[in-house]
Design a protein around this ligand. Structure first.
Ligand SMILES: Nc1ncnc2c1ncn2[C@@H]1O[C@H](COP(=O)(O)OP(=O)(O)OP(=O)(O)O)[C@@H](O)[C@H]1O
Ligand SMILES: [Mg+2]
Length: 278
């Protein structure tokens, strides 16, 4: 552990929901990966999703981002005042609506530089027009310069400004995770889904990650966070949802959830999960 204190959660500014998931059920043949999952997230908040391995956390993200289509349920998302349904939309459309994600297994373009990886994110949200790039007008060139500036600004924001020209594959593991966050932020999301961003991170990197998540929330971006490290979760999230075998078994403040017998049982009932437990 480093001696640096981990700052507590920021006060919430409740302006209604950013996400309202209802009764999402996902099956793969005979296996029910999500079983009537409902949760609600306040705009601008950090909400954590925890649960033992195989609980359905990543499946939930996949349902929200168009990678999987659940058999039942809805996920309403408010990019602004008007809500939209996420279930059934393509991953590209979901991204354009303002939901970005990182992956449990890092997905970067390994040969491309850090800044080029972020550019990929920015282009997901770019205005359409196949001919734009073929016409190097002053306006197009200015737009390209602005995009590049924005990519560098995002790299600075996640603490990777000095690594901009490095190929992604040459970055340390923790740096690659932060690069994924920068790429996701490049799409200008209003909701950011982080799937185990601290996996494999050192204690110092975890502390930096807490600071980074606070900074992201400080920009008004809501964060839905899958994370096993309950200390990190308690430092950033004011609310936690616990999944086990595809069901929500508890929800509430970190202290309430940790004391919940169903949560203790979910973690301690499975000897392999003990090291991950709350
Ligand atoms: N594409 C798929 N095909 C078949 N089964 C799947 C698929 N995706 C997920 N599952 C199953 O759904 C269940 C939930 O998996 P999921 O990856 O969502 O769990 P998780 O909570 O993210 O676990 P971990 O903490 O290990 O990442 C598991 O039993 C998994 O094997
Ligand atoms: Mg997972």
């Amino acid at each position: 552990m480093t001696g640096r204190p981990i700052p507590g959660p920021r006060p919430s500014t409740t302006l209604g929901p950013v996400l309202d998931v209802r009764d999402v059920t996902l099956r793969f043949g005979g296996l029910t990966s999500l079983d009537g999952v409902s949760l609600r997230q306040d705009r601008g908040s950090v909400l954590a999703v925890i649960g033992p391995n195989g609980a359905g956390k990543t499946s939930l993200f996949n349902c929200l981002t168009g990678a999987y289509r659940p058999q039942r349920g809805s996920a309403r998302f408010w990019p602004a005042d008007d809500g939209v349904e996420l279930v059934g939309r393509s991953p590209h459309r979901v991204a354009r609506l303002g939901v970005a994600r990182t992956f449990q297994n890092i997905r970067l373009f390994p040969e491309m530089s850090a800044v080029e990886n972020v550019q990929v994110g920015v282009e997901v949200r770019a205005r359409p027009g196949a001919l734009r790039g073929l016409l190097p007008t002053r306006a197009v060139r200015r737009e390209e310069r602005e995009t590049l500036d924005r990519c560098h600004e995002l790299l600075d924001f996640v603490g990777l400004g000095h690594r901009a020209e490095r190929p992604a594959a040459a970055l340390a593991y923790g740096e690659q995770r932060r690069l994924e966050i920068a790429r996701a932020l490049g799409t200008s999301p209003s909701l950011l889904l982080l799937d185990e961003p601290a996996a494999g991170a050192t204690a110092a990197e975890r502390t930096d990650l807490v600071t980074l998540i606070h900074a992201i929330a400080g920009r008004g971006i809501s964060v839905l966070l899958i994370e096993h490290d309950i200390r990190l979760v308690a430092a950033v999230a004011r609310a936690i949802v616990v999944l086990n075998f595809g069901r929500v078994i508890a929800a509430g403040r970190p202290d309430e959830v940790r004391a919940d017998p169903a949560v203790v049982e979910a973690y301690l009932g499975e000897p392999d999960e003990r090291r991950d437990g709350p």
